[in-house]
Design a protein around this ligand. Structure first.
Ligand code: ARG
Length: 466
């Protein structure tokens, strides 16, 4: 069938045409998701209407009707009475159409000096700012949970790992505070993304500006924006601020996913370092003995969709000529989904950290039944004047012998040590997990005193963030 045949056929067949228009609707309609912008959309419309009144562009009576009507619409939406109509495509048209029903012709004056292009950019910027501050708060509550748990475990020793192999002893608080640092950078990024969104596009019109004596600064102030956009063409087509939010959310998810992965591993029978509270696990439908770490797994699993939103939007904007193109409507679902996901993931992680039980003796055992003191024993020889590389070889030999004999360093006598190097003396017998962590008394090191100081500093920061 050729194209001309098929269009002839549609032209002569009303049912096919109707199917075609239904398809067009399904494809272009966004109201089923962009209704989430209702609060911002109505607030921005009210500010715009008031400004039109102040500037003498629309008469005061009409402005009052518009503002009243918009207030009613907000109530209707919030009480669930509002009838959303997909034929009206998006949130903006749904609100405008209802305004006509409520106040008649005055409704037609609201869209003076405005376009859906600057309108949707304004709504989305407002929504993104709120999402940033909610994500910020959720990250802070996770940081608080981490610090609280860290405070209880400044003296709890476990092996630190590299390559998933036991490496050197660390205190649990130090491990937890590593995540504190990651989420701290995430809060900075969320704050930065909010700042990027904090520019008012309204007044840019469709793309060239508007031929009315509007007061953009007044609207900005009404809506809480710090500044107005500098270029109307940029303002209606820029979605960088969403990319920035999605990038911040993606990194936060990466950090959450690493934490979640550790919780999964640590709660396994093989490790037994922690148990996750029942609230954050679920039973298996077939294996009665199991508690599965579902929340941790879902945090890890949902990371992909947030990355997907970031890559999706970057791809959407890459080939767009100036200015607004309908492609930009694709910004919202990814934004909403990523915001929902990162916020609930941060909150769940906070809950999991607060509620988990630490098995300190299992952690200690894992450190004891290992060679995590090898570096310290080598360092001991370095203290006696041996070059580090030579000391390293001596201790590597020693640990091979231990492994062959099925024993740990703790079971060696001084005589055994002296077989590896006659520079070993009584002091080597005093190397313990405690002495090893205490020795790492450098800024950023795992010495309990340093970790206590880091926790104190973190608590101070959190108190200031409140
Ligand atoms: N629903 C549209 C969006 O999200 C609103 C702007 C429509 N503008 C237009 N010129 N069709 O992008």
């Amino acid at each position: 069938m050729t194209d001309s045949n098929s269009s002839d056929k549609n032209n002569n067949d009303p049912a096919a045409a109707a199917r075609g228009s239904q398809l067009a609707n399904d494809f272009t309609v966004s109201v089923h998701y962009d209704r989430r912008l209702y609060h911002e959309d109505i607030a921005a419309s009210i500010a715009h209407a008031r400004m039109l009144g102040r500037q003498g562009i629309v008469e005061g009576d009409d402005v009052e009707k518009i503002v009243d009507g918009l207030g009613k619409i907000r109530d209707e939406i919030e009480s669930g009475e509002f009838e959303w109509n997909p034929d009206l495509e998006d949130i903006h048209m749904n609100v405008e159409s209802r305004l006509y029903e409520l106040i008649g012709d005055a409704a037609g004056r609201l869209h003076t000096a405005r376009s859906r292009n600057d309108q949707v950019a304004t709504d989305t910027r407002m929504w993104t700012q709120t999402a940033c501050s909610r994500a910020f708060e959720a990250a802070v509550s996770l940081q608080t949970a981490l610090v609280d748990l860290a405070e209880q475990h400044v003296d709890t020793i476990l092996p630190g790992y590299t390559h998933m192999q036991r490496g050197q002893p660390v205190v649990l608080a130090h491990h937890l505070m590593a995540y504190f640092e990651m989420f701290d950078r995430d809060t900075t990024r969320f704050a930065q993304a909010a700042e990027s969104a904090d520019v008012l596009p309204l007044g840019s019109g469709a793309m060239a500006g508007v031929p009315y004596p509007i007061d953009r600064e007044w609207v900005a102030e009404e809506l809480g924006f710090s500044e107005v956009s500098h270029n109307s063409m940029d303002a209606v087509s820029d979605r960088d601020f969403i990319v920035e939010f999605l990038a911040a959310a993606s990194l936060a998810m990466a950090h959450l996913s690493r934490l979640a992965e550790e919780l999964v591993i640590w709660s396994s029978d093989e490790f037994g370092f922690i148990s996750i509270s029942d609230e954050y696990t679920s039973g298996s439908s077939i294996m009665p003995q199991k508690r599965n770490p579902d929340f941790a797994e879902l945090i890890r699993g949902k990371t992909g969709r947030v990355y997907g939103s970031l890559i999706g939007l970057l791809t959407t904007i890459k080939g767009l000529p100036l200015t607004y193109n309908r492609d930009l409507q694709e910004d919202k679902e990814g934004l909403f989904d990523a915001a929902d996901t990162v916020i609930i993931a941060l909150e769940s992680a906070a809950g999991m950290i607060s509620g988990m039980t630490v098995n300190a003796s299992r952690m200690r055992q894992a450190a004891e039944k290992s060679f995590v003191l090898a570096t310290d024993i080598a360092d001991y020889l370095v203290g006696k004047g041996v070059p580090f590389r030579e000391a390293y070889i001596a201790v590597a030999d020693l640990s091979k012998q231990c492994i062959a004999a099925g024993i740990g360093f703790g079971e060696l006598s001084l005589a055994d040590f002296r077989k590896a190097s006659d520079l070993f003396d009584e002091g080597v017998m005093k190397i313990t997990l405690e002495s090893a962590v205490a020795a790492r008394n450098v800024p950023g090191g795992t010495a309990p005193d340093r970790v206590r100081a880091a926790i104190a500093e973190a608590k101070q920061m959190l108190a200031e963030a409140q």
